[in-house]
Design a protein around this ligand. Sequence first.
Ligand code: WT7
Length: 611
Amino acid sequence: MTETILTGAGSGAPRTIERTPRRAPLIGSYQERCQSFTWNEAREWLDGMPDGCLNIAHEAVDRHASAGLADQVALRFLDRTLPTQELTYAELRDLTDAFAIALRTLGVRPGERVCTLLDRSPALYVTALGALKNGSVYCPLFPAFGPEPVRERLELGSVRVLVTDAEAYEHKIAPNRDSLTSLEFVLIVGDRSLATEPSAPLPTGTLPWSETMAAATSVLHRDGFTIAATRPEDPALLHFTSGTTGRPKGAVHVHQAVVAHHATTRFALDLRPGDIFWCTADPGWVTGTSYGIIGPLTCGVTVVTDAADFDAGRWYRILEEQHVTVFYTAPTALRMLMRKGTELAHGHNLSALRHIVSVGEPLNPEAVVWGLEAFGLPIHDTWWQTETGAIMISNYPGMPIRPGSMGRPMPGIEIAVLERGDDGRAAVVDGKVTVVAQPGVDGELALRPGWPSMFRTYLDNPERYAKAFVDGWYLTGDVARVDGDGYVWFVGRADDVIKSAGHLIGPFEVESALMEHPAVAEVGVIGKPDPLAGEIVKAFVTLQTGYEPDERLRRELIMFGRRRLGSVAPREIAFDQALPHTRSGKVMRRLLKARELGLPEGDLSTMEPSP
Ligand code: WT7
């Protein structure tokens, strides 16, 4: 059997590459699946619990632990020095039972929020799955966030329990702890104790992880544990995502999302029993949860996780030594690998690798072709969002790939491209939208609601949630076109949200933090194109009178941003005493961006006239 890979489709003459797949897909062809698939069928692939209950952690861990996979490695942790720590499915079951008991003992109820601010370490996975077993809602926080994004999300989420380490606690939590009134318990993982006097008691509600877990494990051995009887529509996960205005939005997902996590992991990532899977996304973001924890564990495979930062040589070593079979990563990482050339790849035995998948930002067509040269495998792009919870569009295994296209809708997913209005979003007239009829024409990408991992609300913001649905469609905020064969091509965002190294950054959050510096009178933040990261954050700052726009102040502002915001801070700052405004007084980010790129300034009718 050969696989056809079309290159150049959509731009220039198509070129066809054929190759023999290392193993034929077990999941059926794309056409077959699309014709017969229903979400009810996918529900049957899971175990379920008595009385119609469903719990993500049961599907991910317990059912394998009690069905022949008890001694199989579920999670394999690599740290900076590479020696590994492993947890089998049975060990993971016991640890997550114990953490659920710990939460119960603290009086943490179903529906209450439990957060992690942790490196990729066992405690993170145990917290995530243990919280779900208690019926609590798990909310990951990105460990590279600075104190301000962390404080904001803990407050917005009314988070009751946080699991973190001593260093993050001291720098990011302790300074704001008094103002975080719902944060009752903080569990500290690791040996390093807090910088209080060794004999001094920990602050109220601050508990050592190891002792808490030891006590809960004794209870587990004495009394056993019964998982919470969660219903399919009970909330399970909270993921913060950024919009163009206002504070971060908390997308809420329910236990039933696991039906989509599981089915899409089988379909798009092609996971099968015996696979060794590596997802390079941090579990602090939705990809690292849906596909770094839940999806692959529901498939009963071994998940490799690496605590270290990107390093090309190290990554090839991991792929080789761990015998990784399926690799899910992001375009920024692939571009960094590409920079090192194919020789580095060819110097490693990557014969175990069967399938490579990408997500999060546009995947350059060259990267797909480079994958063939470096790995002998094309890279399969996938598209989805925090709100969709799972992959919605993908280059299905075995389907001919058009490099530059995100692929086709997953089985069970209906999409449309909608005509746009002046603001760049879908045009709504009398509550109705218009579907673009001709292939190849841009519009806002929309999805038909109804898949199991669709977000169920924005926390405490039902109005914002309601606004995302118009005329029977969920509006994604992305602009795309669909070609004559149903392949979807990403065009751009319909809003000002920044995508840097695959992470969404809200310009408003960055602007608000910079505004707190006494020198800053006003600020506009944009994404500036960058060959490696896709975009970097750039801020245009108007100074208060009395401040000099010099190099010293620029450096000070960069440091100020970094201390407060961490990884989402601006990398570049420009001084501009005449920022363009709309008539309603808002900084026109769109115009700042057009000027930065030397592009036409577009429709200026809403611009405030120059003084
Ligand atoms: C936004 C969602 C994907 C889950 C993790 C990030 C952009 C996503 C692609 C792709 C071009 C992509 C979109 C989307 N995006 N995948 N394959 N090609 N752009 O979730 O942080 O909510 O970001 O990422 O703009 O709306 P997220």
